[in-house]
Design a binder for this molecule. Structure first.
Ligand code: UDP
Length: 329
């Protein structure tokens, strides 16, 4: 039976599709290609549907009659969610509601969901464990938290079982450099830093240097895209084996890197001076997010393989060098 990967043409989705294919799984992708790239999933059946179109979304899921659904199709920019919350509630919450209703209509009861560490807001203790209070400080985090609430309700009412994976900062690219990160416009730190090294930008802007961190810049937990992909596969296994009903796991490396550290490591990896310009804070950014992934290791058997920032930057750099204009190169 098919695994339906919703948002499978996007960054994290396409790397997960690649991994599912390696494992011999039957995969189909549902994507509106608003952010995704058909080139990222060569040879994979692609159904183009806007999840916000309720009737079309439900019909598409029923048509596929999948064994399980992976859901990556969401907007993920903290800053944009602050200025345009309406778009975020539609794309992240309403679309997920439609998708789940499609699953209920199709009798599909296994769901792996892309959640986020942004649901924790500004946690009082670090590293972040799953039991900490959920107090998102931006609409992006709130939309994802509301979706996790939906999942608990849908399990109780309809028996739809789920694994929510709360990502920290996804980064890096497939080691083959055939697929990688390609967003328009790009707002994430690592690809922007590498665009400076490629000569596509003059400098990298550091958003905030007065945070309560050792060097004054925000600290994030960067996690390699293939380690994220593997966690999805393990989430599916837990669902198939009946080990998960409404489970949620943090996916991070348990190590934080500041914006300045990322830039410094990128200078080493690329050999480019990467000029940096200090700017004010970006709205909605918590000072420090570092996750404990002890639960995912214990219950899913997750073992991240690309632990170092160097490996993350090296694989991302190989992709950006070979695809300076992304999939359009
Ligand atoms: N950041 C920055 N300059 C940029 C882009 C991002 O200083 O051009 C900072 C941002 O404020 C945050 C960190 O880098 O503290 C990671 O941001 P990103 O957008 O990559 O991921 P997020 O943590 O928002 O999901």
């Amino acid at each position: 039976m098919t695994i339906l990967v919703v948002g499978g043409a996007g960054y994290i989705g396409s790397h997960t599709v690649r991994r599912l294919q390696e494992l011999g799984e039957e995969v189909a992708v549902l994507d509106d290609l608003s952010e995704g790239h058909a080139e990222a999933i060569p040879g994979v059946p692609l159904v183009q549907v806007d999840l916000k179109d309720r009737e079309a979304c439900i019909a598409a899921v029923k048509d596929q009659a999948p064994e399980a659904v992976f859901h990556f199709a969401a907007s993920c920019y903290v800053g944009e969610s602050v200025t345009d919350p309406s778009a975020y509630y539609l794309q992240n919450f309403v679309a997920t509601l439609n998708l789940l209703d499609g699953m209920v209509a199709a009798g599909c009861e296994q769901f792996v969901f892309s959640s986020t560490c942004a649901i924790y807001g500004e946690p009082e203790t670090l590293p972040i464990t799953e039991d900490l209070p959920k107090n998102p400080i931006n609409p992006y985090g709130r939309t994802k938290l509301f979706c996790e609430g939906l999942l608990a309700d849908y399990e109780r009412a309809y028996g739809l079982r789920s694994v929510s994976l709360r990502y920290f900062n996804a980064a890096g690219a497939h080691p083959s450099a055939e697929i990688g990160e390609d967003h328009h416009p790009e707002t994430h730190l690592i690809p922007l830093v590498l665009e400076v090294a490629l000569g596509k930008r003059e400098n990298i802007k550091i958003f905030g240097t007065d945070y309560p961190t050792p060097d004054g810049t925000c600290i994030r937990d960067y996690i390699h895209i293939l380690d994220l992909a593997e966690a999805h596969v393990l989430g599916l296994r837990a669902l198939r084996e009946g080990r998960a009903r409404v489970a949620a796991y943090n996916l991070g490396n348990e190590t934080g890197h500041s914006v300045r550290e990322v830039i410094e490591e990128a200078r080493r990896v690329t050999g480019h001076p990467i000029p940096a310009v200090e700017e004010g804070r970006r709205p909605g950014d918590p000072p420090k997010l570092v996750g404990s992934s002890a639960l995912a290791r214990e219950e899913l058997g997750w073992k991240p393989k690309f632990g170092s920032l160097a490996e993350i930057l090296e694989t991302a750099w190989a992709w950006h060098k070979s695809h300076p204009d992304g999939y359009g190169s």
